[in-house]
Write a protein that binds this ligand. Structure first.
Ligand code: HEM
Length: 458
């Protein structure tokens, strides 16, 4: 069945297509191949064959939950030594997936989110203190660095009642350094054959994992010592029994879930905010329209309430449009539950799998038009959305294993963009060219902005 799927010309039998590719940018290389080879294609690396799908019809077919499910492979499987059967990396059949999903889903309900809102505001205040100082000293701000501090503090506070002190540190918290290390290592395992990976890198990875574990163990110990009862994600993990079976998460599984949430809960949101700020700085007319909305909806209220965030419709469209062009988790894998035929054309055996290349699905000219590469938040006005076929915008994945933190991320990011738009004008560096770094997730590398306060009391 594979023989009919286009692929790039072969070079060496072992190195396959990898020679033409940089292992630092596998996603952006795949986008280039996609444009050349069409809506379904395959790439070979080290005698393994990967099938990529991005055409809207094929991607929609793969969203059919009756025939397809999440596939745990590649980068995700490479994270199993770190997070095992945690929510993100669990195999579909592992009992701890359903158990943890049922125990933690109420942690993302509307009520729970309204409870997190004041903590999100408090963290945003710390970012703005930090940025106000940059305005005074005329320094440009490090956008990805500061967004990562913000989102890490937000998930740590709301989820686990923990404070990493990110804004008070001049270098990233050791937890963040270890996390970036394990993500980079997991990505490299996709593209570099294991024997060629220097032993030092493997040893450093083991140290990084030990650092992640010890950070989490400290956090859990502190909670247990304080008697618990916070009603946050950690509280649910430690205290909630499954509503039907009465089962609880084991201490080992709690550790895996805490790392999962600390990582999954901040890296992608940080990228989404950073790309949005990049586009806002490049499109002053969009920023002006968004500011006008914030002023209208929030008025003179010093601190917006929970319900006032979702009312920032245009700000939300800016976020959606940024996630369209750079979905910060840029692909997800699906496998056939039974023998089936993808798109009526490509037979697949049970267990066969393919990557849905979200970043390219979101640029399919047949769906998004000839100007698909252009940033335009109006693509997400309700009428435009109604005209588009289903399953063409998938930054949070699909089906039962889609992102559990979607509302959390959208609330946090919309709130923060609203606050930043209200307080600052963003000056972009005319020499900055968008460069995207990949470590399983995407980030605008080296993005700096010069800020001005809009008005001292805004
Ligand atoms: C799953 C994207 C924010 C926690 C996923 C998946 C995607 C995704 C694409 C599915 C992966 C797959 O099919 O293999 C994003 C993006 C975010 C974001 C783009 C921000 C803009 C968050 C936040 C949290 C979170 C804030 C937690 C607070 C998770 C978890 C899973 C997941 C636990 C695994 C769910 C399961 O399999 O049951 N995310 N995510 N994510 N995400 Fe997110």
């Amino acid at each position: 069945e594979l023989s009919r799927i286009p692929h790039p010309p072969r070079r060496l039998p072992l190195l396959g297509d990898v020679l033409g590719a940089s292992r630092r940018t596998p996603l952006q290389d795949s986008l280039r191949y996609a444009r050349k080879l069409g809506p379904i294609f395959r790439r070979r690396a080290f005698n393994r064959e990967f099938v990529f799908v991005w055409g809207a019809d094929l991607a929609a077919d793969m969203a059919d939950e009756a025939r397809f499910a999440k596939h745990v492979g590649l980068g995700i499987a490479n994270l199993r030594p770190v997070v095992g059967d945690g929510l993100f990396t669990a195999f579909n059949h592992e009992p701890n997936w359903q158990l943890a999903h049922d125990v933690l889903a109420p942690g993302f309900s509307r009520e729970a989110m309204a409870g997190y809102h004041p903590m999100m505001l408090a963290v945003a205040d710390r970012l703005m203190d930090h940025w106000d100082r940059a305005v005074v000293t005329g320094r440009a701000v490090d956008v990805p660095g500061d967004m990562t501090k913000l989102t890490l503090e937000t998930i740590a506070r709301t989820g686990f009642g923990h404070d990493f002190g990110s804004f008070e540190r001049s270098r990233p918290h050791p937890f963040v350094t270890a996390m970036v290390g394990t993500l980079t290592y997991a990505q490299r395992l996709n593209t570099v054959p294991t024997p060629l990976l220097i032993r030092r890198a493997a040893r450093r990875n083991r140290d990084d994992i030990a650092r992640l574990n010890s950070t989490v163990d400290d956090l859990v110990r502190a909670r247990t010592a304080s008697g618990g009862g916070e009603g946050d994600l950690l509280g649910r993990m430690l205290e909630t029994a499954h509503p039907e079976t009465g089962e609880r998460l084991s201490p080992e599984n709690v550790r895996r879930q805490v790392i999962t949430f600390l990582v999954a809960g901040h890296e992608t949101t940080s990228g989404a905010l950073s790309f949005a700020l990049h586009y806002l700085s490049r499109h002053p007319e969009v920023a002006e329209r968004a500011r006008a909305e914030v002023d209208r909806v929030w008025g003179a209220t010093a601190t917006p309430g929970y319900d006032q965030v979702a009312r920032l419709r245009y700000v939300r469209r800016i976020l959606d449009e940024s996630l369209r062009l750079w979905p910060t988790a840029p692909a997800f894998a699906r496998e056939a539950r039974e023998d089936t035929v993808l798109g009526g054309d490509h037979p697949m055996r049970r267990g066969a799998w393919a990557l849905v290349l979200t970043a390219m699905l979101h640029r399919d000219p047949e769906v998004w038009g000839a100007d698909a590469e252009r940033f335009d938040p109006d693509r997400f006005d309700p009428q435009a959305v109604r005209m588009r076929p289903a399953h063409t915008f998938k930054p949070f994945g699909t089906g039962a294993r889609a992102c559990i933190g979607r509302q959390f991320a959208l609330h946090e990011a919309t709130l923060v963009l609203g606050l930043l738009l209200r307080r600052y004008e963003f000056g972009s560096d005319p020499d900055y060219r968008l460069r995207v770094t990949e470590r399983l997730t995407l980030m605008p590398e080296g993005l700096r902005l010069r800020l001005e306060r809009r008005s001292p009391d805004a």
